[in-house]
Design a protein around this ligand. Structure first.
Ligand SMILES: *Cc1c(COP(=O)(O)O)cnc(C)c1O
Length: 340
């Protein structure tokens, strides 16, 4: 089955507690299997990569921080929404490594800081807020501005793109694929499907490329939480090409199976309909597993719908990668009126 090629990983800073657990969700599996059967559902607990630094971004930032340090940088600059998990993780990683962190945030501070933003501030990151329009139109200039700002003060800043999704960050999920496939082997199965939420595409790119390089037949599907399927097709390819340029590897792109399900985005990024909130409550009460409304809850809700339609009925084992995001749950507290 495998044509395992030895990968030579670049410099990496150990930050995550690895391997994360792989657990079966048997009550969910039982509840959502159709008369035609369906897969056993497993969850790869990447929400447990750390406590405060938890989630998928930490795997990517291990490689990003390694490169920033190799380049002699003392400052990290990155960007995201006000409730960005990636920004929160970067803020803590910077503090952990003794680096300054500048966050370019989309949106405004209304009221007291909550969720991820509260953690950003606790971690001592500097935050600059921009209205969405300015943010999207000027993001490149904003990075240039802040890099120059730190340079004028004698600091060397390393710029990290949205979600640390680029040819460097995706190493995190190439390594993550290796770990996940080994977990499955240890648990006695070969996964046919791997599912994750996809937002900036890097997790999906890393898993897709990792499985490809490792000769796994597992089909990786990203459940989109924003944009559309064409966007992720393009973005995943772009990250993989960038990885090839940086690492000097070549990949036969025709052999890449990039699967996107964009049917469950709902009203938009970070906005969800009631069924998503109900799915979050159901998974928490049935399995003791906490999902978030922006990424994992939306993706898992989509997965449950697809299972219900019988779309995975020929599959025996499916792994959902829990990418974290729990801090983002609390700012959505008003969306759970049905619990009262
Ligand atoms: C960022 C994020 C994702 C999406 O990962 P990408 O690599 O950006 O596509 C999924 N889940 C959570 C909790 C995230 O914070």
């Amino acid at each position: 089955m495998t044509t395992e090629m030895p990968l030579s990983f670049p410099r990496r800073v150990d930050l995550a507690h690895l391997p994360t657990p792989l657990q079966p969700l048997d009550r969910i599996t039982e509840k959502f299997s159709t008369p035609h059967g369906g897969p056993r559902i497993w969850v790869k607990r990447d929400d447990l990569t750390e406590t405060a630094m938890s989630g998928n971004k930490l795997r990517k930032l291990e490689f990003v921080a390694g490169e920033a340090m190799a380049q002699g940088c003392d400052t990290l600059i990155t960007c995201g929404g006000v409730q960005s998990n990636h920004c929160r993780t970067t803020a803590l990683v910077g503090a952990r490594l003794g680096m300054r962190v500048q966050l370019i945030l989309r949106g405004e501070l209304d009221g007291l800081p909550d969720g991820n933003l509260l953690v950003d501030q606790l971690a001592g990151a500097s935050t600059a807020f921009y209205p969405p329009r300015e943010y999207f139109e000027d993001l490149t200039n904003l990075f240039t501005h802040w890099q120059a700002f730190y340079a004028e003060r004698g600091h060397k800043a390393f710029c990290i793109p949205t979600g640390a999704s680029d040819g460097l960050g995706i190493w995190g999920y190439i390594a993550g694929s290796e770990e996940l496939l080994a977990d499955c082997r240890d648990a006695g199965f070969i996964p046919e499907h791997i599912v994750c939420a996809t937002g900036s595409g890097g997790t999906q790119a890393g898993l897709t490329l990792g499985c490809h390089l490792l000769g796994s037949e597992a089909r990786v599907t990203g459940y989109a939480v924003c944009d559309n399927a064409a966007y992720f097709q393009r973005k995943v390819r772009e990250d993989i090409r960038h990885w090839c340029r940086l690492s000097g590897n070549t990949v036969d792109e025709s052999g890449l199976n990039i699967q996107v399900n964009a049917d469950y985005i709902g009203p938009g990024y970070a906005v969800a309909d009631e069924p998503v909130y109900r799915a979050i409550a159901e998974v928490a009460s049935l399995e003791g597993l906490l999902l978030d409304p922006v990424y994992t809850g939306k993706a898992f809700y989509g997965l449950l719908q697809e299972l219900h339609k019988g779309n995975y009925r020929d599959c025996k084992n499916l792994v959902f990668v829990h990418t974290g995001g729990q801090f983002g749950l609390f700012p959505h507290r008003e969306n759970f009126p049905f619990l009262l």
